[in-house]
Design a protein around this ligand. Structure first.
Ligand code: NAD
Length: 242
């Protein structure tokens, strides 16, 4: 496939908009692909507020297992290219739908996590938040005695308005918008390519498969993220962290 390299310095601000496909080559399954998690579990039983109220231990066990799975995976070269680019360019940000924390583990500093993080817990009672690390232990209950829930957006939850505002601010200022590995089916994130386009950004899609919002992009590369990103930004080399 022909890939035209981009010169980062040609752009004032770059936004990477990422979805589950970004982490697929790290070994974390997408939702809609083969082996997707909702082919094995019912979200009604493990990933919604109602299930948490009904059976918190079952929901927390499910998320503990997810964390073990994600902790065993490493950021891929795509995550690393994005993180390294941030070291070379003053305005690079990541707006991600992923909850796996792999952008942070690769070294990205400006990451807006639309759907929260597996690596943060929240007390539904007093609102306290607790950051946790892959590989280290963490409590199931808050100091106040309530069960701690994962600080992620479950089915039926609303997104945090501050997070949406931060994402919109990034989009408003960007002139290069690179979408990686999203099917564009989960809202409001699915509307972001349109917002970037309206703001005049040049937009690219990296995804082996086209989807409904593909026509919104100026250019598409139909190949996996790890094949496209290093060739799109060949000027970027950075420390490999995992
Ligand atoms: P999705 O599962 O709906 O779609 C994944 C997309 O990635 C598809 O369009 C697929 O063609 C593409 N893809 C697959 N392999 C790829 C690769 N190697 N390189 C580039 N693209 C590839 O995911 P979504 O659009 O992110 O929406 C699903 C929701 O579920 C989101 O909230 C998402 O964050 C969440 N989710 C997160 C994780 C994670 O944190 N890693 C994993 C699964 C789902």
């Amino acid at each position: 496939m022909d890939i035209t390299p981009l010169q980062p310095s040609d752009y004032r601000a770059i936004v990477f908009f990422t979805g589950a496909g970004m982490s697929a080559e790290s070994g974390i399954p997408t939702y809609r692909g083969k082996g997707g998690i909702w082919t094995k579990y019912r979200w009604e039983e493990v990933a919604c507020e109602k299930a948490f109220r009904r059976d918190p231990e079952k929901v927390l066990t499910f998320h503990r297992e997810r964390r073990l799975g994600v902790a065993a995976c490493k950021p891929n070269v795509g995550h690393q290219v994005i993180a390294a680019l941030e070291q070379q360019h003053p305005q690079v940000s990541v707006v991600t739908q992923n909850i796996d924390g792999l952008h942070n583990r690769a070294g990205s500093g400006r990451v807006i996590e639309l759907h929260g993080s597996l690596w943060r817990l929240r007390c539904p009672s007093d609102g306290r938040r607790l950051e946790i690390e892959p590989g280290s232990d963490y409590p199931d209950r808050c100091e106040c005695g309530a069960w701690l829930r994962p600080d992620i957006v479950w089915f039926g939850d609303s997104l945090d308005q501050n997070v949406i505002t931060a994402a919109m601010e990034s989009l408003a200022g960007c002139d290069l918008f690179v979408s990686v590995g999203t099917s564009g089916t989960v809202w409001p994130a699915a509307g972001f390519p349109q917002v970037a386009r309206q703001n005049g950004a040049y937009s690219l899609e990296i995804n082996p498969e086209a989807n409904e919002i593909s026509p919104l992009y100026d250019q598409a590369y139909r190949a996996p993220a790890t094949q496209v990103l290093p060739r799109l930004f060949p000027s970027v080399t950075g420390p490999v962290r995992a």
